[in-house]
Design a protein. Structure first.
Length: 306
């Protein structure tokens, strides 16, 4: 007899406030809900509850037709640029399509706009006539970033946008993100499992675990004074590294959370400072410093132990 479908709450009661012009980093293990949250903010996934406020307007409540003018303002860069580009289309087509669909420039100015965008992302205009398979990984990601920039977005979600690149190219793409943000004032949500990447690029960082945001704060405060045991565990896995793009945020790859882990604190079974009350209810976010919040009943014990 069929038991019917099982439903998993991928993101549960997460609240982010990202001011205009900020690069906010979202870190956590694979499966923590980072990508789902990013897609939901973009309305690529519809939320079952809650609000998504853009300049005070709730876009979660908009029907698909009402989202069309919003789509231009919200763009994304995916992890694998090769899979997000049509292999049968040249770079020119990839960049021209959104320009034409949204009528961003007159038809006679499309090629000039494409050349300008390619230059902005560090590529020569000659790349517009190439196919995706003719480009390196770094060049492909520059094209993907350029495609997002065609819309002149206010908000960009970059989901593991450098994880498939080698170290030297990764640094170049991170610097490109920095330069673009500085020049345009664009707001970014940068999703990554790499803590060094987040530290190098982001103003603030949020740490997710099993669908919950467990800590959020200014980047250096989070690195120098972590208040959640999970954040501390992630930082302990990084080790000493003077580069900006090395290290991986993984605490225990053998651990597989189940629905039973939603009863109390999500980190309960792995937590070294847990108490009985941690098993009954997930702790609410508590302010522990300027712009620094943590969801932990026992964070003061962790701070004293450090």
């Amino acid at each position: 007899m069929s038991k019917g479908p099982r439903f998993i709450t991928a993101v549960d009661d997460v609240s982010l406030n990202i001011p205009r012009g900020e690069i906010y980093g979202l870190v956590g293990e694979s499966g923590s809900g980072k990508t789902t949250l990013g897609k939901t903010i973009l309305r690529l996934v519809d939320p079952t509850s809650g609000a998504i406020l853009l300049d005070g307007r709730d876009i979660a409540a908009l029907p698909e037709g009402g989202l069309r003018p919003i789509r231009r303002r919200l763009q994304t860069v995916f992890q694998d640029p090769l899979s997000s580009l049509n292999p049968r289309k040249r770079v020119r087509d990839a960049l021209a399509t959104p320009l034409r669909l949204h009528r961003m420039v007159p038809a006679g100015q499309v090629d000039a706009r494409i050349d300008d965008i390619l230059t902005r992302v560090g590529l020569s205009p000659v790349f517009r006539d190439r196919f995706p398979h003719e480009l390196s990984g770094g060049q492909l990601q520059r094209v993907a970033i350029g495609r997002a920039l065609t819309m002149e977005p206010d908000f960009l979600v970059a989901d593991e946008a450098v994880s498939k690149l080698d170290v030297s190219v990764r640094a170049q793409i991170l610097n490109l993100f920095k330069d673009i943000q500085a020049a345009s004032g664009m707001t970014m949500l940068f999703i990554t499992h790499d803590l060094h990447v987040a530290r190098y690029l982001c103003t603030r960082i949020g740490v997710m675990y099993f669908g919950k945001l467990v800590e959020s704060g200014p980047t250096e405060a989070l690195f120098n004074d972590p208040r959640h045991p999970y954040t501390k565990a992630l930082l302990a896995t990084v080790g000493d590294d003077d580069g900006t793009v090395a290290g991986t945020a993984r605490a225990d790859e053998a651990f597989n959370p189940t629905e039973d882990d939603r009863t109390g604190c999500r980190f309960y079974r792995r937590c070294p400072i847990r108490t009985d009350r941690c098993a009954t209810r997930h702790p609410p976010m508590e302010t522990v410093g300027t712009g620094h919040e943590v969801a932990c009943y026992e964070w003061q014990r962790l701070s004293k132990a450090a």
